[in-house]
Design a protein around this ligand. Structure first.
Ligand code: 5GP
Length: 229
């Protein structure tokens, strides 16, 4: 007689980082918790492509939709790509303490809604924030135990070329972003991990990020996502 497959033999369950209920985990004083992962790096380095890679792999994580005052680009969807706010709305959200962090970048405002992050962490999820470097520095102050990953290009020339090819910026905005990227590199020592998105190496960058998150989720003593006020 052939045994029917055990439910845990499904590929995703076989590779899950969740602790089975049968483990006396909490009795040992250990507590599973959510994990906040900050993926940062210069504009144009491929953060969106990496996130699409994680989604295509069905890698378990929750992406927080952030807010911006810049205009919507072709292909973007309101409420999915960003919450697109007017400057007045953004300032109101900010003054009401609705952001975990916020930054002015390329003459526009960007901010991470605090409540979405709190809720997902409380549910034990792996929360991924794709934000620029000034915002990442604020998260470091507010949630010091979060995991900080810097996604970098293999060279500065390559980054410039990618931004140029993307063609979403005017020449002035483009040179501003390039200058900004130079300043962002100086923040590298504040990060836990450096992943390089080499030309033709997107798959490798995705796998390295999956490896980092997997290792973090497998820690016995999990990082505690405490909010410092
Ligand atoms: P873009 O205008 O190209 O969509 O984004 C510009 C930069 O802002 C990117 O580096 C992106 O990761 C970052 N960004 C997106 N949302 C946020 C946010 O909520 N806070 C911060 N600090 N940066 C963000």
């Amino acid at each position: 007689m052939i045994d029917s497959p055990h439910p845990l033999d499904a590929p995703l369950a076989r590779c899950s980082t969740e602790i089975p209920d049968t483990w006396p985990y909490q009795e040992l004083g250990l507590s599973p918790s959510g994990l906040l992962v900050v993926l940062s790096g210069p504009s144009g380095v491929g953060k969106d492509a990496v996130i699409t890679g994680l989604e295509n792999d069905h890698f378990p994580f929750t992406r927080i939709v952030t807010a911006t005052t810049r205009s919507i680009r072709p292909g973007e969807v309101k409420g999915q790509s960003y919450h697109f706010l007017s400057t007045e709305e953004f300032i109101q959200w900010r003054n009401n303490g609705k952001f975990l962090e916020w930054a002015e970048y390329g003459h526009h405002y960007y901010g991470t809604p605090l409540e979405s992050v709190r809720q997902a962490l409380a549910a034990g999820e792996t929360v991924l924030l794709k934000i620029e470097v000034q915002g990442a520095a604020q998260v470091k102050q507010k949630v010091p135990d979060a995991v900080f990953i810097f996604l970098g290009p293999s060279s500065f020339d390559e980054l410039t070329e990618r931004l140029r090819k993307r063609g979403t910026e005017s020449p002035v905005a483009l040179s501003r972003r390039i200058q900004q990227a130079r300043e962002e590199f100086a923040q590298l020592p504040n990060y836990d991990y450096l992943v390089i998105n080499r030309h033709g190496g997107l798959r490798c960058a995705v796998e390295q990020i999956e490896a980092i998150i997997t290792a973090e989720r497998l820690r016995i003593h999990q990082r505690q996502m405490r909010f410092v006020s």
